[in-house]
Design a protein around this ligand. Structure first.
Ligand code: ZN
Length: 378
């Protein structure tokens, strides 16, 4: 299994020939020009070995293919490429050089659709063209066809253009929606491994973190089906936008989905989705709207968090009022940031110290329900 995972990373292997010590020699090199195989002479055996390696690293290996078919055969999977048909009206979901989120979402979804079909799954697409579809219709398609899974495919944007990492949303509370959390974690980790060299943050958060009143429309409408909204990366990050324009990178992302989806269906333990009660018991924690998130104050989400945390860690009680404000602004500016859950936890500590136990408890619950913690990622 480990071997297969490793081999899978070298998706873009290419051959290079070099003139070395009076002969042409063959190299097999991956996309970062990292030498995978020692130079060999042009021998029949060497070429065959290199070809087998090359072919198996581009697609799925025979072993992987039969495993995928065993797990996915007959599964009904609804893919929802986010947005669509808004080029004339939406100036927000567009990258630094003009690539639009709705186009990227559709490209990845269509590649994933083909891969899933090849493995015997039945795929429902909420859209196959650059057109606008209502959130209710998207959810209804999955519900009407009794889908086994619903994945809304998105890419992210924010005013802070240095930000780039995966964010996955599940609906409601992590305690009630175990299926959503597990699926979100698998997809997020697969993105992190495939697209981010296993480095950097990953957020798997409730949709109530960003839509505090009732969560996200498509997830609300499909609740009961294992479902997530997945944002693989940020197209507001210029180098990432450049990568996202390339089919080969989109295919890499689709493969990361394939891996996570098949892993999910391989899990044998039951993952119940309970009635949604907990999120409705908490007062909505209001967040800044899109325009407000562009302010300099909002851009300082990390600085505000770090300073608020420092004040609490050092026990500077005279500054707790200021720390509370900074932590609040950090969460409101970027409610699904990698530090937002911790910011809620620190708010709880301050509120407790201020003699506000009810508010402190509410903050602890927000942390618990909306920001599940995965130890090994910390
Ligand atoms: Zn989106």
């Amino acid at each position: 299994m480990r071997l297969r995972n490793k081999r899978n990373r070298y998706i873009r292997n290419i051959f290079r020939q070099k003139w070395i010590s009076g002969k042409w020699q063959l190299y097999l090199i991956d996309k970062d020009n990292f030498l995978l195989m020692k130079p060999t002479h042009y021998s029949f055996l060497g070429i065959v070995a290199a070809l087998v390696f090359f072919v198996s690293s581009v697609g799925f290996s025979q072993d992987q293919k039969s495993n995928l078919r065993r797990v996915l055969e007959g599964k009904v999977i609804c893919l929802d490429p986010g947005h669509g048909g808004t080029a004339a009206t939406d100036q927000y979901r567009v990258g630094p050089t003009g690539e639009r989120e709705e186009w990227i979402n559709l490209r990845v979804a269509r590649m994933l659709q083909r891969m899933l079909k090849k493995s015997g799954a039945k795929v429902l697409m909420t859209r196959t063209e650059d057109v606008s579809i209502s959130l209710a219709d998207r959810a209804a398609l999955a519900v009407a066809n009794q889908a086994d899974m619903f994945i809304s495919i998105h890419h992210n944007a924010t005013a802070d253009r240095s930000v780039n990492f995966p964010i996955i949303y599940f609906h409601g509370s992590s305690e009630e929606n175990r299926a959503g959390v597990v699926l979100g974690k698998l997809i997020g980790e697969s993105f992190r491994r495939t697209l981010f060299s296993d480095e950097g943050p990953l957020s798997v958060v409730s949709d109530f973190a960003i839509f505090p009143n009732s969560g996200a429309g498509v997830l609300r409408g499909t609740y009961g089906i294992p479902a997530v909204i997945a944002e693989a990366s940020f197209f507001s990050h210029a180098p990432e936008e450049a990568r996202l324009k390339r089919n080969v990178y989109n295919r890499k992302e689709a493969k990361a989905y394939m891996k996570a989806i098949s892993e999910y269906f391989s899990i044998e333990e039951a993952m119940p989705i309970e009635e949604k009660v907990q999120p409705m018991q908490l007062a909505p924690f209001q967040v800044f709207q899109e325009a407000e998130r562009m302010s300099p104050e909002a851009m300082n989400w990390m600085g505000n968090f770090t300073e608020g945390k420092r004040i609490v860690d050092e026990g500077l009680e005279d500054d707790f009022e200021r720390a509370l404000t900074q932590l609040t602004v950090s969460v409101r500016s970027f409610p699904d940031s990698p530090v937002a859950g911790e910011a809620h936890q620190y708010r709880a500590m301050i509120l407790e110290a201020m003699g506000k136990p009810t508010e402190a408890e509410e903050e602890r619950l927000r942390r618990k329900y909306f920001y599940p913690v995965f130890e090994h990622l910390r």
